[in-house]
Write a protein of this length. Structure first.
Length: 558
């Protein structure tokens, strides 16, 4: 079933594949020991009538070897379960014979392109994308198989490119593409696996099932792909996972939430929170939905899109609920760490949650970034932060968030010659992200490239405001025009109505320690989520040594 891709109802009386392959193996063994293996110290045989291999030291092969082998065969007949071991051994030996004295090939890698939505309703895009993500997750469970991250493969959504070019661009040895047609409670899923080296098809399959069978389809596709890539599943595949939910409505709501989170940035957070909340109501035991809800509330809290105390409390509660259902959900551990660090300022207590998340999912780019953003960088542990973010980028080279975090780490360390191209890469991957564009301007300003910096400030500001933007105090201070910055403070009545943390940054850039400390204290009183950057943000570099600012940094545990 596993090795030869036969269905679960496989009947060896009707399909002779095992006997045929065992006969081939015996023939290949005899050929090998008559040639290249003539002097091998150990002889491996598969006696007729059995599938249990016999191992004999060459020194033991004597006139009585026939009797010895017959005895081995007799013992073997008492072990019918040895079929799988023998077939696996056969595959290993055949593989060894085929690659003797050759450089071992690199481990197979696969990129799963977004499945095309062929349904009459274009809004079903969320379902086809969700199916793709779940197949990526299933394949990631195969040991020895490298799977291209979602953000990299999804760059090719809606493009009609030669799959050989796609494979080269993503560093994949094989590419999966497919389509989904959904009509009522029926699903038709087609998938094909293509060799990226020559463009030839390795495998293809169509599935017509009820929508409720979506989890079985995901698992079948992943296993078939792994078989086609010659990954031996009996030792390489994790145990078949239980469906995350038995409630199809809950699953659909979860996929809708992921879609809003992936495509609409900050604007989609409320929609995502709504869908995840409804998913948990439809199935209160749906751990992944609780974890996704926790993640969404954490982002809402950080950006103060909801009152931070309320949002952090909801994030923590949702993460706790996810872990009560399934203690192996890495994202939930990471969110617990974020809530303890960013909301309670208990950094030492938060760190074990981040480390546990890494243990559970070391191949997750997002978990590593949560550790960097949530704890290492606020505490000024920049060397550790740099190491973790480099690993995150190795896992997902096209993650704009990973490059953004890496850029900020470099900026904090003052490595401007590296930070600027790093920000350019992040902006290239996500050109509509206002913060990335603005932060690139800050790096350029610190490097003395004033005109380029102002262009970036304008770009980021217009994205954020919708097109009606002009330079403010921070921008003028960064490009070395403090008089213009102070003039804005004097004539803009609303300047001091902004978030205190941003007012403190503005005064910090102007070198006004009195005002910077005053507004940092107010940010502390309001428990502003972005106060966590007080120890490292370069906008406070000129005033950070002030005892009042140091006192605030100590009070938040940094």
């Amino acid at each position: 079933v596993e090795v030869f891709g036969r269905p679960a109802e496989y009947d060896p009386r009707l399909d002779p594949i095992v006997r045929v392959e065992a006969r081939r193996l015996r023939s290949r063994l005899a050929e090998y020991y008559a040639g290249p293996g003539a002097n091998d110290p150990v002889v491996i045989e598969l006696p007729k009538g059995t599938y249990l291999p016999a191992f004999t030291a060459r020194s033991e092969v004597a006139p009585a070897e026939a009797a010895t082998r017959e005895a081995a065969a007799g013992r073997a007949r008492r072990w019918p379960w040895a079929l799988a071991a023998a077939v696996a051994l056969g595959l290993v030996i055949l593989g060894v014979l085929g690659v003797t004295r050759k450089t071992p090939p690199p481990p197979p890698s696969v990129a799963v392109l977004p499945f095309v939505n062929l349904s009459d309703d274009a809004s079903n895009d969320y379902f086809s994308e969700g199916l793709t993500e779940e197949i990526i997750d299933r394949l990631a469970r195969v040991r020895g198989l490298r799977v291209v991250a979602r953000s990299s493969s999804f760059r090719f959504k809606g493009t009609a490119q030669d799959l050989r070019e796609v494979g080269r661009a993503l560093g994949a040895t094989a590419v999966v593409e497919g389509s989904v047609r959904r009509a009522g409670d029926r699903l038709r899923v087609t998938a094909q696996l293509v060799n990226a080296a020559d463009g030839f098809q390795l495998w293809s399959q169509s599935y017509q099932r009820k929508a409720s069978d979506v989890f079985a389809i995901q698992d079948d596709v992943a296993r078939a792909i792994a078989n086609a890539l010659r990954v031996e599943l009996r030792v390489g595949f994790e145990p078949r996972p239980e469906p995350p939910t038995g409630n199809l409505d809950a699953y659909n709501l979860y996929l809708e939430g992921r879609y809003h989170l992936n495509h609409e940035a900050l604007a989609g957070l409320e929609l995502a929170a709504d869908r995840f909340q409804r998913a948990t109501e439809a199935d209160p035991r749906y751990a992944a939905a609780h974890a996704a809800l926790a993640e969404t509330y954490a982002i809402l809290a950080y950006y103060k899109l909801r009152p931070a105390p309320e949002a952090w409390a909801r994030a923590k509660a949702a993460a706790d609920r996810a872990l009560a259902i399934d203690s192996t959900v890495a994202v939930a551990h990471a969110v617990r760490g974020l809530a303890i660090a960013h909301n309670e300022w208990k950094w030492d207590q938060a760190e074990p949650f981040f480390r546990r998340a890494l243990e559970l999912d070391p191949r997750s780019c997002d978990v590593r970034l949560a550790y960097v953003w949530g704890l290492l960088l606020p505490r000024g542990r920049t060397a550790e932060a740099a190491a973790q973010v480099d690993q995150a980028i190795a896992l997902d080279p096209n993650s704009s968030l990973a490059h953004q975090v890496r850029s900020f780490v470099l900026l904090v360390e003052g490595r401007l010659e590296e930070a600027i191209p790093s920000y350019h890469r992040a902006a290239e991957l996500n050109p509509s992200h206002a913060d990335i564009q603005w932060d690139l301007g800050m790096a350029l300003a610190y490097a003395g490239q004033k005109e380029a910096a102002m262009r970036q400030f304008r770009l980021g500001g217009n994205i954020h405001s919708g097109g009606d933007w002009g330079p403010g105090v921070a921008e003028y201070a960064l490009v070395g025009e403090p008089e213009k910055a102070r003039a804005i403070i004097e004539r803009w009545p609303g300047f001091h109505d902004q978030r205190p943390i941003f007012i403190s940054y503005a005064y910090g850039l102007l070198g006004d320690a009195d005002q910077a400390a005053l507004w940092l204290e107010r940010a502390y009183q309001e428990h502003d989520p972005q106060l966590i950057w007080a120890k490292v943000d370069p906008r406070l570099n000129r005033v950070r040594a002030d005892p009042r600012i140091q006192a605030v940094i100590r009070r938040i545990g940094l």
